[in-house]
Design a protein. Sequence first.
Length: 292
Amino acid sequence: MLTLTLKRALLFVSLLLVNFLASAQEVIEPANTHPEWSRPYPPFKIAGNLYYVGTYDLACYLIVTPKGNILINTGLAASLSTIKASIETLGFKFSATKILLTTQAHHDHMGAMAAIKKLTGAKMMVDEGDSSVVADGGRSDYAFGGNISKYAPVKIDRILHNGDTIKLGSMKLVMLHHPGHTKGSCSFLFDVKDKERSYRVLVANMPTIVTDKKFSGIPAYPGIASDYEYTIAAMKKLRFDIWLASHASQFELQRKHKPGDACNPAAFMDRKGYDAQMNDLQVQFLKKLNSK
Ligand SMILES: [Zn+2]
């Protein structure tokens, strides 16, 4: 029979164990309330060496070079198999992924990042403003933070600042700091070529507002209003040929491309759609700013 002291000791040890396990694996991805986020989508060539490898709505982009490939965004944790299958369906090697980027450190774009990094050994490069959030799996996020990570934390290999260049083979991407949605939301600007011409591509993080609070009531992000103001003004001035975004719905992928369509870069040359959406986001920003 166990003595009371021994029982207490065992209880103490088991509590320690529970705490240890909790701290070792406190990653709980929010429930997916958007079926289109996890729905697979056939991968396709957008233009030149740029491919769509995301899900129906969570946009992921693969830039292929002879020196290896760049992957922008990953979708949810479960998107890992979708992305891997998409890359392989296109005829590329998953293991050739050398650089990992994200347009914003939320779980719907970062879910599979740690796993992809582990499997490929690719280098993770992150906007400075999102670096702490990436490193703690979203715990320090100003809107959705807390004690539990929303995605597996990722070790960062390089911190990026506004205007920094990411190079691989002959590819050169410029990172543009577009904070607000997260503190380190960003867009990528780069050129791709096909036989006919070259295209300037913008993978934009559209500055949507995630917080229900007033801008003045967010001590974790005192500069939020001026960041949105800066980002909207900066994004309106950008020049590009092809416009893509973090969510497929934001640039109306489903309207512009049907599975099986031949490669058609012109379908994504939509300055009008971009301007309309930036104007709408500006209206939402001003409404929030002036809300009492
Ligand atoms: Zn987000």
